[in-house]
Structures are given as C-alpha cells and as structure tokens.
Design a protein around this ligand. Structure first.
Ligand SMILES: Cc1ncc(COP(=O)(O)O)c(C=O)c1O
Length: 384
C-alpha cells in the first residue's frame, strides 16, 4: 500500500537536514545550556544561541527577544495569561477572533473565568478579520489584541500589518499565533508592529514539542508574567531546562524554510492547483473555504457536496488528510471555523482539509486525486 501524507497543517516530517543537525545534541553535546561551568554546557549554550539568532532573523526580531517554549500552545498561553496578569492595572479587556485555534480560545475562556472581558470578533465569508472592527472594539480598558496569522483549517492569512497599525495607534499590545505562518509566508515583526508572536517547530519540518515566543524588547517593552515558575530560564519568562536538540532543530528548520520559501511556495501552489483541477473536472459543484489569494500556499479546504468528510477519509485509507482541525478532531463536532464563515453545519461536515508538503511528488497528487474522485463519487451515489 502506498501511503500519501497530505496533512502538513497538522504536522510535518522532520527534514533530514534538520535531523542531522540535531543528532549530536542527544549523544555527544548533551550538556545543560544553563550549566556553563564546563565545556559540555558551553557547547550546548552556543548551539541554543545560534538557534536564537536563526529564529530571530526569520521574523526580523533580535535574538534576546526569543523565548523558547514547548510549542505554540504554550506560547499562546504565556502571551494571553502573561499579559492579562502583568497589565491588570491598565485594563481587563482582550480582543480576539472567533476562528482562533483552541490554544487561544480556551485560554480566553480561562481569562473570562478569572473576571477578564474578551471580545470575539467575527470574520467575513473568507475568514478575514476587518482591521476596522479591531479599531471599533478597542476601549480604554483594552490591553491586548490577539489575531492568528494564518488559519490552520482554511489557510486564510490575516491583515497583520493593518491590525498592527491600529493597535500601535491605540497603544494596545498585538499578539499573533503564527504557528501556521512562520516559515511558510514572510513575517516581519517590526514592519507589522507585532509585539508578541507564537511559533511551533513541527509545522515547518522541525521537531515536535518545541516552539518559541517572540516578545518585543523595546518600543514598547512587553512584560509577561510567567505561567511556569522555576530556575528563571529564558529571562524568567519560561523556566525549565532547555530542550537543546529540539531548539537546534527548530533553528535549522526555520532557516531552511525561510531560505527555500520561494521554491516551496511554488511547489505547493503547483501541487494544489493540479489536485484541484483534476477533482473539478470529475465532480460537479465543489467549492473552497477561505480566501482565494490571501492564503497559505499549501492548504486547500475543499467542500464536496453530499460527501461527509469523515466518511470520505475512512474510505481513503492510505491517504492522510484532515476533516477539520486535527487538534480538535477527537470530537466529531462541526468545525467552529467553517461555521464562523456563515455557512450551516452541513458545509462543515462536507469539508476536507488537504495540506501538501515539501516532500510530496506529483505522483502522490495524481494518486490522491484519483482515489478522492472515486470514493467521493461512490458516496454521492449512495445518497442519490
Ligand atoms: C494555529 C495553531 N496554533 C497553535 C497550535 C498548537 O501548536 P503546538 O502543537 O506547537 O502546541 C496549532 C497546531 O495545530 C495551530 O495550528
């Protein structure tokens, strides 16, 4: 059985070049980066510092503005909980959006239980937040706006620079969950006025369980109350012994992703349009979720009329794709993202998410297209 992986928004395989860079840090350079009384620690610290530089350079930040974490979930938690606590005297109001990842939405729910106020902005039918809605929602009590850079289900890219302009004008901090965007589309925290940004290595051909938070150092200096307390690592914002091999892999993965962004953007777009044109030829009435231009190049959110995504994915067997957000697919609930676009729940149930990757070949796409067409037609025949 050939197996075709088309679920790169859920996670990516490690690039062999990244793995090669990581390996010595498991068995040879295994020192603790915070234990620098000897050469083992020095070498580990040097490797961490290099990764810090690689990651900062990728988003136009400074190395000392990068805080290593266990991934984007933790970064989102630190950003929201950390700002809410540190700026409690300034205000108690946070603005976010209905299509955010659960890492943001569930943290906001926690903040509401703690007595904070959260505004959930709507999106239009393409998943876009209107920067003017952000402006209108800001009150003198607003301390933070958190809007994701790229949606993990439908691939829509947010107007970050425009939102950053609004938050800067009003003196409100701007956080973005960029787990899906970093390494896939250009990001510049200075030009976009982003104050805090969440990242995750495993969405860009790096290892799982490692991520980072960018935290602006000046103009304004962002203060964050930690979520985890301990030895004071990472400027006291995230205590805990650093995952040196993971961090090395993260740095390398992001450097590669930025250097090769143009090549892989083109590669992804070609694969997606090839897949879509084959499916469109054979199945009538399909439609797409998300924005046609402002979108991640490797994501396709496809609606096949009369075909339940879950039923289709079971029949596809050796083709890995997703029927909603992978992070929440343990629950068979219509996706909150598709519903937020203003469609009924049947559209959400009829949606499949296909996300291609660096190592997919045209043969994978031909195989997947053929099988998706065959199984979707069978399912359509069953209900007609
Ligand atoms: C937009 C977004 N935010 C946060 C996360 C969580 O990231 P991590 O797996 O690194 O905790 C994901 C992962 O699916 C995501 O897509």
């Amino acid at each position: 059985m050939s197996f075709v992986y088309l679920d790169h928004n859920a996670t990516t395989p490690i690039d062999p070049r990244v793995l090669e860079k990581m390996l010595p840090y498991f068995t040879q350079v295994y020192g603790n980066a915070a234990s620098v009384d000897h050469e083992f620690g020095h070498q580990a610290l040097e490797a961490v510092n290099l990764a810090r530089e690689q990651i900062a350079a990728a988003i136009n930040a400074e190395p000392d503005e990068i805080i290593f974490t266990s991934g984007a979930t933790e970064s989102d938690n630190i950003a929201l909980l950390g700002v809410a606590e540190k700026y409690a005297r300034k205000g108690d109001h946070i603005i976010t959006c209905v299509t955010e990842h659960k890492a943001v939405l569930d943290t906001c729910a926690r903040l509401e239980r703690l007595g904070k106020r959260v505004t959930y902005l709507p999106v239009d039918q393409y998943g876009l937040v209107d920067p003017e809605d952000v402006r209108r929602a800001i009150t003198p009590q607003t301390i933070l706006v958190s809007i994701m850079a790229a949606n993990n289900e439908i691939g829509t890219l947010a107007p970050l620079a425009e939102i950053g302009q609004v938050t800067r004008e009003h003196g409100v901090l701007f956080h973005t969950d960029a787990a899906q965007a970093v390494g896939h589309v250009p990001l510049d925290v200075k030009a976009m006025n982003i104050d805090i940004l969440s990242m995750s290595a495993h969405k860009m051909y790096g290892p799982k369980g490692v991520g980072a938070l960018y935290r602006r150092r000046s103009n304004p200096r962002v203060l964050l109350e930690p979520v985890i307390y301990g030895g004071g690592h990472e400027r006291g914002i995230r205590s805990g012994t650093l995952n040196v091999p993971g961090i090395v892999g993260f740095g390398e993965a992001l450097e590669i992703a930025v250097n090769e962004m143009e090549v892989y953007t083109l590669h992804s777009r070609n694969l997606i349009s090839h897949l879509l044109s084959q499916i469109e030829l054979e199945i009538k009435g399909i439609s797409l979720n998300g924005h046609s231009v402002l979108r991640l190049p490797h994501n396709l959110s496809l609606v096949i009329p009369g075909v339940e995504g879950k039923a289709l994915s079971v029949r596809l067997g050796d083709i890995a794709l997703s029927t909603g957000s992978a992070c929440t697919s343990a629950k068979v609930e219509p996706s909150h993202v598709i519903q937020a676009l203003g469609f009924d729940s049947s559209r959400a149930h009829n949606t499949i998410r296909i996300s291609v990757g660096r190592f997919n070949k045209i043969d994978d796409i031909n195989y997947a297209a053929k099988k998706i067409i065959k199984e979707a037609k069978l399912l359509q025949a069953l209900i007609s």
